[in-house]
Design a binder for this molecule. Structure first.
Ligand code: IVH
Length: 660
């Protein structure tokens, strides 16, 4: 079959699978099969760029980086909705509607908590996406909207239209994102709404692409004197075009609307995404013109807003957690209360500034709520109930090792800088063994704490000498011979993990899972990172200043190098094994790029080299196998010639790639 046909066929298939997975929530093939097709399409498009189109599913991975956001004027303003806070507000709304019209019914939809956006299609192709902005003028977010899998890049019909809806992040994606950020010591998003908004307002679309955003469409933009369909017919029509639409229910009377709205509130936690209300709309769109608008909102719709679930309880104590990096987090120990289906007995107080700003004191009655429905948080002190509670004072010394605490540069947090603080050491061990790091099954928090307290585990090295204590360990209550043997087996097999897991496990500040992979892939071996320089690190995609500084500092510390050498002596693998092609044309070769290439960007050339098993480094040395020199190559080329390193021209490079 020729490439053009196969590309068209793959595009259609993948679009259908994307639709089933992301819109219908009903996948029909496995991830592996899906990836195979996507890889085939990516390869074909790479080999035959003349058939690559903007609406190809391969174009959802992001990559476009903007200098700034362009303003977009909305053809028809994006209004907001008036709010109803209880049943009587809903009935009053119905009374107002009845003043204008008498033969009508209602549609009730869940109010998804995300951010409003508009999508414009021309002849069935997505051409523009914009945020609501101030309602009149928003920002162009086309590059990011294209990465949202439930947003069709092309519709089932070649129609030109504008639709509006809500971009959001479901709870699971939000939790996974925050978990990742916590590991990378990045600030957490407070709730899925902020996470979605933060992702959409990124200039680099790779970020949005990595964030599992989603979008429900709830309206078709039409002039009120042009409409013919009802709202429910409109939603069905949009669904047929391929959009993911908000589920709706139709009702004839306000009584049923009230009942349905309250039912949605009651069941709000059954949704996979956060909803903050129910939207009630008159179904007959041809009546909208008659019912009319206020300056800000339509009079034919209203948002029934849920009550925020806040619960009163007492702060029994304030305790302090010492994190892996020494950061001190005050935590409120609460009189246990039920909130949104679970019992809460602790709430984060973030830092001392937060406590002082809210004037929170031990013994206070406070209102708590689940921030973003997930992490419990103290909202406010109930001051009327305050007795003689002492004002809060922050600890000045580490609760575990008594070292005087220091302030971080931002002054927000306090931390313990004692490298042998037991709390930090235990946390570091827990992190090292955790699932996303070295993944040592059986070495969880409890055992680590116990072995730490008993002296078997003091630092990471001791994990790999635990077998020396096997005879004593098996006699301990609670551990049978079998479980210890299993644990030792898991420890042994962790030695052959690929280097990115070890790198992540070392717990270097700002080096999360993804950066670890990027660095391990780039350097090939942790030993090759010892000499890393800030400038070289910064030249790597994904590595910013903070990360570069932190990595350089880590690898210029003698103790850390000694740790790596000891681990290596104990048999722990230091090399990146990930996807290195062991039989590529550049396997085991180190290549330096210099000058301007005509047919490739730097990144593309690097990708091709890595795909062929090679490694790209930034400075020329005797260890360099080739220098790939483009136009205007400068000092690196001279150095290669001085050292006698082979120099490849772009033509040589292409010939080698093609000869394989
Ligand atoms: S209809 C005139 N339907 O709620 C505005 N809005 O202020 C018509 N929202 O910013 C909006 N779910 O982004 C509508 N099913 C839904 C919605 C919904 C969420 C958001 C919308 C708007 C806000 C209302």
């Amino acid at each position: 079959m020729d490439a053009e046909k196969r590309i068209a066929e793959l595009k259609e298939k993948i679009n259908q699978y994307d639709y089933e997975y992301h819109v219908l929530d009903d996948p029909t093939i496995s991830d592996v099969e899906y990836d195979k097709l996507l890889n085939e399409l990516t390869q074909l498009e790479e080999d035959h760029p003349q058939y690559k189109r903007d609406d190809s599913p391969t174009q959802r991975v992001g990559g476009k980086v903007l200098d700034g956001f362009t303003k977009v004027e909305h053809s028809i303003p994006m209004m907001s909705l008036a709010n109803a806070f209880d049943e009587s507000d809903l009935r009053a709304f119905d009374e107002r509607v009845r003043k204008y019209v008498d033969d009508y019914s209602y549609v009730v939809e869940a109010k998804v908590d995300g951010l409003a956006a508009s999508l414009i299609y021309e002849e069935g192709k997505l051409v523009r996406a914009a945020t609501r902005g101030n309602g009149q003028v928003g920002e162009d977010i086309t590059h990011n909207a294209r990465t949202i899998k439930s947003v069709p890049l092309s519709l089932n019909k070649a129609v030109s239209l504008e639709v509006r809806g809500e971009i959001f992040m479901n709870r699971a994606a939000f939790m996974a994102l925050n978990e990742k950020r916590a590991k990378a010591e990045e600030p957490l998003f407070k709730n899925p709404r902020n996470a979605a908004a933060g992702s959409v307002r990124q200039l680099d679309s790779k970020i949005a692409a990595s964030r599992s955003l989603d979008m429900f469409i709830y309206s078709l933009v039409e002039r009120d004197d042009e409409v013919t369909m009802t709202q429910s017919e409109t939603i069905d029509y949009l669904k047929d075009l391929g959009f993911k639409t908000n589920p709706y229910q139709c009702f004839d009377s306000i009584d049923e609307v009230v009942e349905a709205s309250i039912a949605i509130e009651k069941n709000r936690h059954d949704y996979k995404y956060e909803i903050d209300g129910a939207v009630v709309k008159v179904n007959q769109k041809p009546l909208y013109k008659t019912i009319g608008y206020t300056a800000k909102s339509p009079k034919w719709a209203i948002a029934y807003k849920f009550k925020a679930e806040e619960v009163a309880t007492t702060i029994n104590a304030i305790k302090y957690q010492v994190g892996r990096t020494g950061q001190i987090t005050p935590v409120a120990v609460l009189e246990p209360v039920e909130i949104q289906g679970s019992t809460v007995s602790r709430a984060t107080l973030h830092n001392d500034r937060y406590i002082l700003d809210k004037d929170i004191r031990v013994g206070d009655d406070v209102l708590i709520r689940k921030a973003g429905d997930i992490i419990p948080e103290v909202v406010a002190v109930i001051e009327e109930r305050r007795d003689m509670q002492e004002p809060f004072t922050m600890i000045s010394h580490c609760p575990k090792c008594d070292t005087p605490l220091k302030r971080t540069e931002s002054k927000a947090d306090l931390y313990c800088d004692n490298p042998s603080c037991p709390a930090k050491k235990v946390e570091a061990l827990i992190h090292f063994a955790s699932r996303k790091a070295m993944n040592i099954e059986g070495l969880g928090n409890r055992i680590i704490e116990l072995f730490y307290n008993e002296g078997y585990l003091q630092d990471i090295r001791d994990i790999y000498t635990l077998q020396e204590h096997k005879d004593v360990l098996v006699t301990r209550a609670g551990f049978g011979q079998k479980s210890i043997e299993k644990l030792l087996k898991h420890i042994e097999s962790s030695k052959s993990n690929s280097a990115e897991l070890l790198l992540f496990g070392l717990g270097i500040r700002y080096v999360g899972e993804k950066v670890s992979r990027v660095l391990a892939m780039h350097y090939g071996s942790l030993f090759d990172m010892i000499e890393c320089k800030i400038e070289d690190l910064r030249a790597i995609d994904e590595v910013g200043d903070k990360i570069a500084q932190s990595v350089e500092a880590y690898f210029s510390n003698e103790e850390n190098i000694a740790l790596l050498r000891d681990l290596h002596d104990q048999g722990v693998n230091m090399k990146y094994k990930g996807h290195v092609n062991q039989s590529g044309i550049f396997t085991d070769k180190t290549i330096v790029l210099t000058g301007k290439l005509e047919h490739f960007t730097r990144d593309e050339a690097r990708e091709r080299i890595e795909a062929e098993g090679g490694k790209v480094t930034s400075s020329v040395s005797k260890k360099t196998d080739f220098v790939l020199a483009g136009e205007d190559a400068g000092s690196k080329l001279t150095k290669a010639q001085e050292l006698g390193v082979d120099v490849l021209t772009e033509e040589d490079f292409i010939n080698r790639l093609e000869s394989k």
